[in-house]
Each structure stands twice: as C-alpha cells, then as structure tokens.
Write a protein that binds this ligand. Sequence first.
Ligand SMILES: Nc1ncnc2c1ncn2[C@@H]1O[C@H](COP(=O)(O)OP(=O)(O)OP(=O)(O)O)[C@@H](O)[C@H]1O
Length: 485
Amino acid sequence: MKSRILLVEDDASIALVITAALEAEGYYVTRCASISERDRLLAGQTYGLMLTDVVLTDGDGMETLGRVREAAPHMPVIILSAQNTLDTAVRASDTGAFEYFPKPFDLDELVRTVRQAIGASESAAFDETADDVAAGLPLVGRSPAMQTVYRMITRVLRNDLTVLILGESGTGKELVAEAIHQLGKRSAGPFIAVNTAAIPGDLIESELFGHEKGAFTGAVTRRIGKFEQARGGTLFLDEIGDMPLEAQTRLLRALQSGRIRRVGGTEEITLDCRIVAATNRDLEPMIAAGTFREDLYYRLAVVPIALPPLRERADDIEALARHFLVRAAAEGLPRRQLTAAGAALLARQPWRGNVRELRNFIYRLALLARDEVIDAAAIEPLLAQDRAQPSASAPGLAPATLAPLAPAADFAEALASWLVHEDPAEGELYSAALAAFERPLFLHALAVTGGNQLRAARLLGINRNTLRKRLSDLAIDPDEAVMRH
Ligand SMILES: Nc1ncnc2c1ncn2[C@@H]1O[C@H](COP(=O)(O)OP(=O)(O)OP(=O)(O)O)[C@@H](O)[C@H]1O
C-alpha cells in the first residue's frame, strides 16, 4: 500500500496541483493549511512523508519543525518555500529536511523526490537534527541559477568534502567559500584565503607549508604556512588554475597523504582543515595541454560548484544593485534611491566583470550622481564612460586592499571616495592620505617579496632605510604583513 502524505500548504491552488500529482502516483494525500491543524493531524495518525510550506497564517512551518520531529521522528520532510534565499536553504537543511524546493518548482521533480524520500525512510531512519543556524550570509540573488548554488552549499555544510568553485572572475567565488566556512561545522576555526596566483612560484611552498629557520636564504625565522594557520577551519585556495606545476604536485601530495612537512623540516604535520579551491580558468583544456594536473583536479573537484556569470542571471541585478547602494551608504557614501527604470537599464548591461564590476559601478554611481534618486538618465553617462574606457570598473582592477571602498578608475577617483569616507581633520589631510596610500602599497610589496625588506624596497624603488622608517611610522610589522596577506 502506498504511503499517506501530509501536505501543509495554505495556497489552495498549489495544494490542488500537488495533491493531483501525488494521487496520480497512488499516494493518499491529507491536506491542511495551518500549523495548529498540522500538529493535530500528526498526533492522530502516522504519515510516510510531510510536505510543508514555510510561511503559514499561524506561524513558520520550518521554525516549528521541532514539534513535528517529536511527534514523528523518522518522517521525511520536504520544505517548499517562496522565501528562496540562501538563509532559507540553509535553515531547511539544518532542520534535517530531506529536500528543499524553492517556489516555483518543477512538479515532476517534486514527485520524484517524494518517491525517493519515502524509499529512503523505509530503509533508514532519519536521525538528523541540527541547531538553527541564525544568520544568513550576504549572498544576494534569488535567480534559479543561484538556488542551485545555495542547494549545493547546503550539501557540504555537515561534511568536510573538498569543494571546487568554478566561475568567471567577480562571480562571488570567495563569498561562496566564506559561506561554506561560516555556515559549516568548522566555523569556529579560521578562514584562511590564499591567492595562489599572487605568490611568486618559488615562495608558494613556504607560503602553503611554512618553513623552518634557515631552510633557505632569507628564512631567518620559522614560519607557519597557510595549511597550519587554517587548522580547525577552512583553507581557501583561490586561483588554483594559476598554480605552477611543481606546486601542484606538492599540493596533490599533501592532499593525498593528509600530511605536510614545513620546507626544510622533518616533522610530519597532519592536516586538519577543509579545502575549498576556486578558479576562473577553464581547467579542461589546461588538463589536455598538461598545464593542470588531472589527478589534482579530481582531488579538488569532489563537489564542484559552478557560479554562473551575472549576464546569465540578469534577474539578480536589481537586487544586487540595491544591496550595494545600501552598503555604500553604510560606508559613508551618499544615500541613493534607484528607480525601476534605472534598475532595468542596469539589468540590460553585460557586466563582463560580473558582480564585482556591478558593485564598483554602483559605488561610483553613489559617489558621483547628482540627485538622491538615480534614474536611467543618471546611469547613462557612467555607462558611456565605461564603454569608452572599459577598464574603469571591469575585471582586472580588483585590489580590494586599496581601500575600504570599491576600487575606482584612477587615483583621483579613489582619492575622492576616500575623502568622502574618511573626512580627515584640517591639517592632517596630507599625512592621512599618504598613509592611506602607502599602507596597501607596502603590504603588497612585502607580500610579494615574502617579507624581505631589502627586496621590497628594491621593488618599490625606494631606499631600504626609508622603507624601514615608514613601516615603523605606520606600525606595520613586516612578518605580520606577510602572514595576513
Ligand atoms: N551574490 C552576491 N551577493 C553579494 N555580493 C556579491 C555576490 N557575489 C559577489 N559579490 C561581491 O562581488 C565582489 C566579487 O566577489 P568575489 O571576490 O567573491 O568574486 P570571485 O569570483 O572570487 O572573483 P575572482 O575570481 O576575481 O577572485 C565581492 O565584493 C563580493 O562581495
């Protein structure tokens, strides 16, 4: 005999469609429209599965799942929600729900999942429960493409599987990596990000694995590598496609053995971090050409998550634009409103630099627009400027280290936004601006030279003593600068 299904849904037409589809499969469906009715029905009868909406007239169908678990601990639950944010997906997964369907959903897929869930619950009892994860992450966008991403994220939160995030530059790969860390079981540990493309080839090993004192010229002290820094947390290996082959081999060996050795050291250190890697490169042709190791690819891509380019989820552009306007205002830029026509114009742009380009554009717009209300007419001139000067906020110009504000087209513009943000006191303008400029520049020079002040001074083209003095004035600790980078 087919199972009885409890459907908790207050939208009569959705309920009708689901009931018809499930009855056609031979299931018996009992429908109710509120949480109180649900609890009453569960107390009196056993169900093979429950399908529930989230927002119901008398409460939240997801928040109250604890009561359902008490009444029917092994009954699989499928959540249907119009609140299709990452937060909802994560909350759904944390309730131990079998599956989460953002509305609108594919009816055939829903029926298939019901069949699977009932089959699975007959062979294995469901014992998953978890705390309510409070906060969602600032991943904006509810397009179907992002729903798929959110569902993938929820699948890796309770395990340590290695994740490979693929997507063009600026699509949000690092943000997704952070979401996996913060929402996952290692959130109490550190999140360590390494941009493997930014480290000179000969320093990658010591950067990742650390080195012992005297391991090579310049190794004046023992240094802990990123793998060790990430102990208990997550190691985010960005731009993995740009890693030199030799470093790929070392990385593969570390992942295979689960152990590392500091450069020049003998002690074996056991890895204790989740690895999330990312690249904007198309790895397949690189594998074919022999520039990316196929075995490393399979090691990393245990769970691949593909982030679609922004132009393929134009539905998200308006929400993102409004989000960045709010952020810009919170960071001290003028408060702006975006009209529907303005949003529509933004949604029609190709955004080759993806969300990063959109973000930079919105910050410039907030800074430069004349009126509080931003309409298409205020956006046009900036778009025209970008078309004439494509580098203005497009890919490549990404130094997030440059300022707390978005990177700008040139120093004059960066300075303008810095002035708005910092508003230094009279008589301190020059020294404050100089410090704001020098700090990221010196940190960059120290990072790429592995903290070697002589080489950093040479790179900058300034005297070593000048650099030392300025580092001391700015209270920059060269070793710490390298560690933090
Ligand atoms: N869905 C999103 N919601 C809100 N902000 C986003 C989203 N996606 C990206 N961003 C923002 O866009 C910027 C670029 O994102 P991120 O650095 O994660 O991209 P990336 O894919 O890692 O880029 P790259 O390949 O160049 O390293 C960041 O400021 C990030 O916060």
